[in-house]
Ligand binder design. Sequence first.
Ligand code: F1P
Length: 331
Amino acid sequence: KVWKKVIDQCPDKIESFVNHLKQENYDEIIFVGCGTSYYLAQSLAFIYSEKLKVRAFAVPASEILFHDNAYLLGTAKKLFHLISRSGDTSEIVSAAKKLKAKNYTVSAVTCRSASSLAEAADLTIAINEADEESVVMTRSFTSMFITMVYAAEQLAGAVTIDKQIVEAVSNIIDVYEERVMKLINNNTIETFVFLGSGSLYGVANEAMLKMKEMTISNSEVFHPFEYRHGPMSLVSEKVLVTLFTSIDASQEELQLLKEMKGLNGKTLVIKSGDKDLSDFNTDLTVQVNGLTNEQVGLIGLVLVQLMGCYIAEHKGLNLDKPRNLTQVVKL
Ligand code: F1P
């Protein structure tokens, strides 16, 4: 329901941001956030580089505060795009103020228009309808993701993220929710590993964080091939390795799942396309034809969020208020 509303309102919400980018012709876009919002920054940096052929990268807000000698280098014309659900996380607000004091242009996406970030930024995309009471960010991540991808696609001249994604997600949940729960019930998983490359690396990071916050479990994240350089020494039958991958996943990337299976790990792949994956002997394959990488990310994340809810309920945890965490992190 929220996604439908978000997508309906995208054209209006992104208009000034899109016009600003068209007019200013930035050399670099630097996406900044903390926690979940930093992982969103990672995905967006990749998507904006790829779609707009602009140099874009992601930085945690604290790095802007403590290492500006590295991050504010050079004469390239830079836009800083700050991301925060609350708009009141201390590091992000301080980063916005610092960047403004140094005369940089700051744009923002937030779920609270009445926030310090929105006040400090030159230009704000506010998605108040996606705000949440829960400490754990779920729909705020996906809604900010959808809106920013919509903007990138509009700038690139072809919008593909539309309301069909809402239907696609509910169909996938209908088909796969039970299978995901079965995978959890039939195994004793102690560590969750998420692998993704390109824009799916940020998504994999967010999946890793959701498992920590929602289920208080060990979870890890790597670029797929990085996993072979040491971390896989920990693979056992108690490790579930989830790979988010695109339609053009390389044979080698999929082969990796076979390798993990050979080490007794459990494997789950979330993928677009219709390639026959039976050879890879995964414990579960979630495959849907015709999805973009961004849609694979959204669907994969929703499935991981559902998995997190399910495990948390079994463990008797309060999903909305994980231990040690607060909704807005302040210094
Ligand atoms: C981001 C964040 C989340 C974390 C927790 C507290 O805040 O750190 O990543 O899960 O919910 O907030 P924000 O800057 O996006 O509001």
